[in-house]
Design a protein around this ligand. Structure first.
Ligand SMILES: CC(C)(COP(=O)(O)OP(=O)(O)OC[C@H]1O[C@@H](n2cnc3c(N)ncnc32)[C@H](O)[C@@H]1OP(=O)(O)O)[C@@H](O)C(=O)NCCC(=O)NCCS
Length: 232
């Protein structure tokens, strides 16, 4: 099957169909923000939605990214391919198209993504296999940041998703001043503070957030590399 890649940076268009047919089946409810929240990001000009459209006009996969101008960090918020189409290169193609476009358009300090650790206990077929997902990103050049990372809670800190990994998909050399395998923490911390506040509706000042910020402020930057299998 041939797929056409389309990008939309405004609400409407394919968003409702992509949300219903691609994102809802691919992500647990606690990891998926509302369609309204994605639409609002597109409305303010900070969103980019790539869609792989099949011959019958049906979306078979999508990548959604959110730009933070203040910290110059782009986040790949969601990437998903229809379960029946996985393993045929479409996810890789979406990721390459999105990263290429975002790197040129925004000149970001970094492009990041969050995924479950490969040690996740429950593997749900529709949501994909966390081990293979990490392999997918590492094959695309992603590096794992050495951080006690958790996904901000959508709607409040009580909804946080623990034991997640934060990946670096692209880092500008200015963001790795000390060494290519250490990311400067200052922009990432600013990004994380705003991300936590935006998702949870209040500033994060609890112990988990403090531990995360502290790990981001390590002298020399945040180490990043292949997944070591150790608990971070
Ligand atoms: C991760 C995902 C986007 C990859 O898309 P894809 O089209 O299957 O990927 P490609 O065909 O380009 O690449 C194949 C690689 O993807 C990974 N992959 C394939 N099927 C997978 C599955 N069911 N679950 C997880 N990863 C899978 C494997 O690493 C595979 O490499 P391999 O064949 O050597 O094992 C897709 O599996 C998916 O939608 N998963 C569910 C949602 C998700 O996990 N999104 C990422 C978090 S934002």
């Amino acid at each position: 099957m041939e797929y056409r890649m389309v990008e939309q940076t405004r609400p409407g268009g394919l968003l409702a169909q992509v949300y219903r047919e691609v994102l809802v089946p691919a992500f647990p409810a606690n990891e998926l923000e509302s369609e309204q929240s994605i639409a609002e990001t597109l409305e303010i000009g900070a969103g980019s939605l790539f869609v792989a459209v099949g011959e019958a006009g049906r979306p078979a996969g999508a990548a959604f990214g959110r730009w933070s101008e203040a910290s110059r960090v782009q986040m790949l918020v969601y990437l998903a391919v229809d379960p029946g189409t996985r393993g045929h290169g479409l996810g890789g193609r979406l990721l390459r198209e999105a990263l290429g476009t975002w790197s040129e358009r925004y000149r970001p300090c970094a492009v990041v993504a969050e995924i479950e650790t490969p040690e996740a206990r429950i593997v749900h077929e529709a949501y994909g296999d966390p081990r293979r997902r990490l392999q997918f990103y590492e094959a695309a050049g992603a590096r794992v940041l050495d951080l006690p990372y958790f996904q901000p809670g959508i709607g409040g800190p009580e909804h946080r998703v623990q034991e997640m990994l934060l990946l670096v998909l692209h880092a500008d050399p200015s963001f790795t001043p000390q060494s290519p395998d250490r990311l400067s923490g200052a922009s990432l911390r600013a990004f994380m503070e705003a991300y936590l506040e935006g998702s949870e509706g209040r500033r994060a000042e609890d112990w988990d957030a403090k531990a995360l910020f502290k790990a981001m402020e390590r002298p020399g930057g945040i180490p990043m590399g292949p997944w070591s299998g150790e608990k971070r």
